[in-house]
Design a protein around this ligand. Structure first.
Ligand code: COA
Length: 175
């Protein structure tokens, strides 16, 4: 399964993605709202997990590369909302290397993923969550036309009280 946009290709994960994926997840700027940097082993394990979900469901977090150069820049895709969250359904997510920020790549990839989710998967709604402080990610959500209601802000069930990353916003969009 490949999703193509004007400037990007969303595709299965390749062996050559492991090194740049580990490098971007060792970058404190990329991890600012995600938690501490992860090890090479954890990065490798996450690729296996993403690819397994893609193979099983036909959707998941696709690797994103720049058309033409073939440069790997991160992921964008869809994920089943975890059972312990205060809502159920499918969420959209993105994570790009610092060098790929500020070019509209996340929004471009996410637009194509939303279209796939609504037109091919026939999802009734798609969610997005992030910390209240992750303004870059929330700007992507708003550019996509997603909306939020402060009354739906919530504490992430897996993040401890007192952790500044605990408070989250919930954005939604329908077809
Ligand atoms: C969240 C994240 C993907 C957002 O990336 P981003 O580059 O800010 O978002 P976009 O790809 O939509 O790019 C928008 C920016 O590109 C600019 N831009 C430049 N060329 C553009 C073009 N051709 N088309 C559209 N926008 C363009 C826009 O003006 C905007 O700039 P601004 O941030 O100065 O306003 C990125 O910050 C990231 O990976 N963060 C770390 C991981 C993370 O927190 N993920 C989310 C967890 S919930």
């Amino acid at each position: 399964m490949i999703i193509e946009t004007e400037r990007l290709v969303l595709r299965d994960w390749l062996p050559t993605d492991h090194e740049p994926w580990a490098a971007m997840n060792a970058d404190p700027a990329v991890r600012e709202f995600l938690g501490p940097p992860i090890t090479r082993e954890q990065a490798d394990a996450s690729i296996a997990y993403f690819q397994e979900a893609l193979d099983r469901n036909g959707y998941g977090f696709w690797a994103v590369e720049v058309r033409g150069t073939g440069e790997f820049i991160g992921f964008t895709g869809l994920d089943d909302v975890d059972d312990f969250m205060p809502f159920t359904g499918v969420e959209i997510g993105w994570r790009l290397a610092r060098s790929a920020w500020g070019r509209g790549y996340a929004t471009e990839a996410a637009r194509a993923v939303l279209a796939y989710g609504f037109e091919t998967l026939r999802l009734p709604e798609i969610f997005a969550i992030t910390t209240t402080t992750n303004v870059r990610s929330q700007a992507v959500m708003r550019r996509l036309g997603m909306t939020t209601d402060p009354a739906e802000d919530f504490d992430h069930p897996e993040i401890e009280e007192g952790d500044p990353l605990r408070r989250h916003v919930l954005y939604r969009i329908k077809p």
